[in-house]
Design a protein around this ligand. Structure first.
Ligand SMILES: [Zn+2]
Length: 189
């Protein structure tokens, strides 16, 4: 807390014993400084790479979604796989396959959320990108307007992947960014 107090004072009295005053430098500089403080308090957790709860969570990268707090997760509990939208892409299948086959996870939880940035993106985004860059984007944008429907599609992709056979526990949710509540989405029958 004292750091934020320092950053709010004037910069005139910058002390020589501080390499970079808080608030100065890039965002990355701030994060690296925070890591030094984190490491000071860090104790070796004595865990291996297998998640304690044998679960992998696939979620949107959205900054409002604090997965550990929202799901009551502790360090070491789960694998967390995040991308724009929390969409099950080929690369998510790759991560889930490693999670399942090499590191023993049994359950998969898929989380989309309300007011996702992807909802405002259309296929025009892809066309604009191609026009500007002069190259066809390699990957689909995977934009969607109905989060629940996309959760169903994502569940289906996990359930039907030949690399994830016997991944029987797959459940999908939409997280409400205004209430913090998860709403479960039932798979397409
Ligand atoms: Zn999102």
């Amino acid at each position: 807390m004292s750091d934020s107090v320092v950053s709010m004072s004037t910069s005139a009295q910058t002390s020589a014993d501080t390499d970079v005053s808080p608030g100065a430098g890039t965002v990355t500089d701030r994060l690296v400084q925070a890591n030094a403080r984190y490491a000071d308090r860090f104790g070796e957790p004595g865990m291996d790479a297998r998640p304690v709860l044998d679960v992998a969570v696939v979620a949107c990268m959205d900054a409002r979604l604090d997965l550990h707090a929202a799901l009551g997760l502790e360090l070491g509990d789960c694998h967390t796989i995040r991308n724009a939208g929390g969409v099950v892409t080929d690369d998510v299948i790759r991560s889930l396959t490693i999670s399942r086959r090499a590191l023993g996870t049994r359950s998969v939880i898929l989380i989309h959320h309300t007011n996702c940035g992807l909802e405002s993106i259309t296929e025009e985004f892809r066309q604009e990108l191609e026009h500007e860059v002069g190259q066809h984007p390699v990957r689909a944008v995977e934009a969607y307007t109905d989060a629940a429907q996309d959760v169903r599609q994502s569940m289906q992709r996990v359930r039907t992947s030949p690399f994830l056979l016997h991944t029987d526990d797959v459940r999908g949710f939409v997280f409400d960014v205004t209430t913090g509540l998860l709403r479960e989405i039932l798979p397409a029958s």
